[in-house]
Design a protein. Structure first.
Length: 168
């Protein structure tokens, strides 16, 4: 927090109402045996029930590190006395918003422009999109985090960000 404030001239701690952290799950909670090694696979590829990669050991290590961090973060309620919540997009932001799980960078850019065109000035429609969709993870904040950690859910299309708008 101190580092962030020192890098943002004029911003004071009292200017921050809450910290909202959005993360991609990237399959972080799947069991190790669902990370499949394929030396012919150039880029890591996500499916509904596996991660296919030519760097299996690195992905397994990343998943362990990321899942440990996310387990701590979702249980954190304050950072420096400022309210904190972390919300997930599974398997990633593009998967939730555009139903595209393995999106190339150039397409991500196009998606971001499409998003702006569709939802700037239409915030209610965005909240409805997040709240009433097949990817909307049911339950309260804790329930949604328990759900995303089960089976291969962190590879599939789920999101709990609707809860932020429900609470605010």
């Amino acid at each position: 927090m101190k580092q962030f404030l020192s890098q943002n001239n004029g911003l004071k701690k009292t200017d921050i109402k809450e910290i909202i952290h959005l993360v991609d799950t990237d399959g972080a909670f799947i069991k190790e045996n669902f990370v499949v090694e394929d030396m012919k696979q150039e880029k890591t590829f996500y499916t509904h029930n596996s991660i296919v990669t030519n760097k299996r050991d690195l992905i397994v290590e990343r998943n362990e590190r990321k899942s440990n961090i996310l387990n701590k973060l979702y249980q954190t309620s304050c950072i420096g006395r400022i309210g904190y919540k972390v919300y997930f997009f599974s398997c990633n932001l593009e998967h939730v918003l555009h139903n595209s799980q393995n999106t190339p960078c150039n397409i991500k850019r196009a998606y971001s422009y499409d998003f702006v065109d569709k939802y700037v000035g239409a915030e209610k429609e965005f909240v409805d999109f997040l709240s009433y969709n097949d990817f909307t993870t049911p339950g309260d904040y804790k329930d949604t985090w328990q759900f995303i950690k089960e089976d291969c859910n962190s590879l599939n299309r789920y999101c709990n960000f609707h809860l932020y708008f429900k609470m605010n």
